[in-house]
Design a protein around this ligand. Structure first.
Ligand SMILES: C[S@@+](CC[C@H](N)C(=O)[O-])C[C@H]1O[C@@H](n2cnc3c(N)ncnc32)[C@H](O)[C@@H]1O
Length: 249
């Protein structure tokens, strides 16, 4: 495990400072940048006694390995990785778990966008395979706009086995695939639920697909055969939110 990693971007750093300020080792701000959005973050950092260092754009670009840092870069202790036993704890304490399974998403922008959607939809946790998947990199955190610091991401060794395990705990798993006969508007998404999304190129792997209780599709009216995985995730999650809210009203 790395001793430290880099994160950047206003939302991501603000969320980090709110959730886990103890992880911050160093914080650099762009020389000359001084506005309200940055002030909020500066105040938070100062409240936790974090020393602020000013640096040139070139230094920040180099540290972030990106131009997308919005004038703020931090070096942090890596977050504790969440694994199968942490998922068990979540299931024990959550009455109607609402989970997202991402079967091997490899593009950090897609994972970041899925995290952002998951946070907005009130998902309790995301399950990803340890291998064949991008992990929470600085790009993922930046794109997730703060969601990577709040939505628990469980990295599991054997995804199909974990799916069977959560099914035994009463979680119904809906896999998503464009060719499924049933569509999201006719699926029951209330109760303990996990929605499984496939990877960018190949979709759900065979074993993941077989481990699902049922497969559902998003109806496609046009000529393209599939949606981007993060867009499809947002659509499925918010249909579930709609049904779950209707059930309690
Ligand atoms: C880019 S698609 C993968 C396309 C892949 N060629 C396939 O055949 O599944 C990535 C993921 O987004 C979701 N997705 C995209 N379009 C969908 C649709 N129309 N219905 C259901 N899920 C969809 C699925 O989870 C899919 O595995």
């Amino acid at each position: 495990m790395k001793k430290s990693e880099i994160m950047y971007g206003l939302h991501a750093v603000e969320s980090l400072l709110k959730q886990s300020p103890e992880r911050v080792l160093e914080l650099w701000l762009l020389q000359g940048r001084d506005d309200d959005r940055l002030h909020k973050v500066i105040k938070l950092a100062q409240n936790f006694g974090i020393t602020l260092q000013r640096a040139s754009r070139k230094v920040l670009d180099d540290k972030a390995q990106s131009h997308q840092h919005q004038g703020i870069v931090v070096r942090v202790k890596p977050a504790k990785a969440l694994i199968e036993k942490d998922l068990d704890i979540l299931l024990e304490k959550t009455e109607q778990p609402f989970l997202l399974i991402l079967d091997g998403v490899t593009d950090p922008h897609n994972l970041g966008a899925c995290l952002r959607n998951a946070d907005a939809a009130g998902v309790h946790g995301i399950i990803i395979p340890k291998d064949n998947s991008v992990s929470i990199t600085s790009t993922v955190s930046k794109v997730a706009c703060g969601a990577a610091e709040v939505v628990p991401v469980f990295q599991v060794t054997n995804l199909a086995r974990t799916m069977r395990h959560i099914q035994q705990q009463g979680v119904w798993i809906l896999g998503t695939a464009g060719e499924a006969d049933s569509d999201i508007y006719h699926a029951d998404m209330k109760g303990a639920l996990a929605i499984a999304m496939g990877a960018e190129g190949k979709g759900l792997r065979r074993l993941t697909r077989e481990a699902c209780d049922s497969l559902i599709s998003i109806p496609m009216a046009g000529t393209v055969s599939s949606l981007n995985v993060s867009v499809a995730t947002g659509i499925c999650l918010f249909e579930a939110v709609r049904q779950r809210q209707a059930a309690i009203e």
